[in-house]
Design a protein around this ligand. Structure first.
Ligand SMILES: *Cc1c(COP(=O)(O)O)cnc(C)c1O
Length: 404
């Protein structure tokens, strides 16, 4: 008789977005005349840039003729794309990344979940609290997180690093020694960042305790401040302790098109085994490549036109972020984020819980956001708004909130 992976049974239900959906549906049914504005979405809304679409069309045509048809992509991804990444994402930051240290994938969500494959079950992970849920849930699925403790909203075998106003929404070095540390900057959900000196402390710490850092830089393109690192490899020694995850989803609108990559420098070794060789083996065995059409479209992001057009999209979202941030601040809210990230993290007023504030905003302003407690216990008392809506809706939503 076969057995299932019982770790799946330990997972708590993912109630956050289904509960939000249910509450919004109930409200709409009871108030069909009210216009709801959604500032809870973590998905882009602008269409793909013209340069990307043009290249994608050409790539589709290439598939129609025997001379230019492409079958399976190379294991690591097409060299034209890895070359563009090495030059534009790393060389410009003073970082040398070799082409065989870049692994093209179908996105950072899969990579952040799959990367656990190359590590023993007997590793202790440390995560920020609040956190992007994928890191914890995928470790839970492989049996690395112990038991779920519903009364705490935590797993017994995970090190949680609270990120609250008291810590400036950045994690502090944990007291207990982790083996694998997940960091995400600019951060989802808090929109916070840390500067290069602060990130250097994490690199130094990882090197000292023999931990590996999994660095999610999905929001790198939103960085506007000078001293915020664009890649962890700007820090000295990071190549010997860090894996970096990148995505085309938020910088170029590929959420529905799917493209990302993982960087594993060859200096990163456990004893004398390079993690690069393990991931190469895993990638070659379990993944058969992002589609040529999508990789070609991705390379167009790095052309002069592509850069200009995607930067305009980011500027559009970040203008929304400013509208939200400034508007809420002027209405007396305590806000953070929204400067180097498309997320604004606000403190709920008058000690309301995150869900109380959700209901209040839905009922009285007909605006939908995301309760901070959905991202972890330290998110309680906070609320996330995103800059991915249209400018017009963003302005109207903030006007409504101001009038409350
Ligand atoms: C959106 C997001 C990603 C990107 O995931 P894709 O699978 O590339 O779309 C990765 N990490 C975080 C924290 C995100 O919010």
């Amino acid at each position: 008789m076969y057995k299932i992976n019982e770790n799946y049974l330990k997972l708590p239900g993912s109630y956050l977005f289904s509960t939000i959906g249910k509450k919004v549906n109930e409200f709409t049914a009871a108030n069909p005349e009210k216009k709801i504005i959604r500032l809870g979405i973590g998905d882009v809304t602008l269409p793909l840039a013209p340069a990307v679409i043009d290249r994608m069309h050409k790539a589709v045509d290439e598939m129609s003729s025997p001379e230019t048809f492409k079958g399976y992509a190379p294991d690591l991804g097409y060299e034209f794309l890895r070359e563009a990444i090495a030059v534009n994402d790393f060389k410009t930051r003073g970082v040398d990344i070799a082409l065989d240290e870049i692994f093209i994938s179908d996105g950072a969500k899969s990579d952040s979940g799959n990367i656990g494959d190359i590590f023993d079950i007997d590793n202790k992970i440390a995560v920020c609290d609040p956190v992007y849920p994928v890191y914890v849930d995928t470790n839970a699925m492989s049996g690395r997180t112990g038991e779920y403790l519903p009364e705490l909203g935590k797993w017994s075998n995970v090190i949680y690093m609270p990120c609250t106003a008291e810590t400036n929404f950045a994690p502090e070095l944990p007291k207990e020694r982790p083996d694998i540390i997940y960091l995400c900057f600019p951060n989802n959900p808090t929109g916070s960042t840390i500067n290069k000196d602060e990130l250097q402390k994490w690199v130094d710490y990882a090197l000292k305790v023999g931990a590996v850092i999994i660095y999610d830089a999905a929001y790198e393109a939103y960085i506007s401040e000078e001293d915020v690192p664009h890649t962890i490899y700007e820090c000295e020694g990071a190549k010997a302790c860090a894996i970096e995850l990148r995505s085309f989803s938020k910088n170029a609108g590929f959420t529905g098109t799917r493209l990302g990559f993982t960087v594993i420098p060859k200096e990163l070794k456990c004893g004398d085994v390079t993690l690069n060789s393990l991931w190469a083996r895993r990638h070659g065995t379990k993944f058969n490549g992002a589609p040529y059409i999508i990789q070609a479209a991705g390379a167009a992001v790095y052309t002069e036109e592509g850069k200009k057009q995607t930067q305009e999209q980011i500027a559009y979202y970040m203008n929304n972020a400013k509208v939200i941030r400034d508007g809420l601040a002027s209405a007396g809210y305590t806000v953070s984020g929204g400067v180097n990230a498309p997320y604004i993290w606000l403190k709920t007023p008058e000690k309301m819980t995150s869900w109380d504030f959700f209901d209040y905003l839905l009922q009285d302003a007909n605006v939908v956001g995301t309760p901070g407690s959905g991202f972890g216990p330290s998110g309680e008392g906070y609320f996330r708004l995103t800059a991915f809506g249209s400018y017009e809706n963003t302005v109207e939503a903030i006007e409504r909130i101001k009038k409350l």
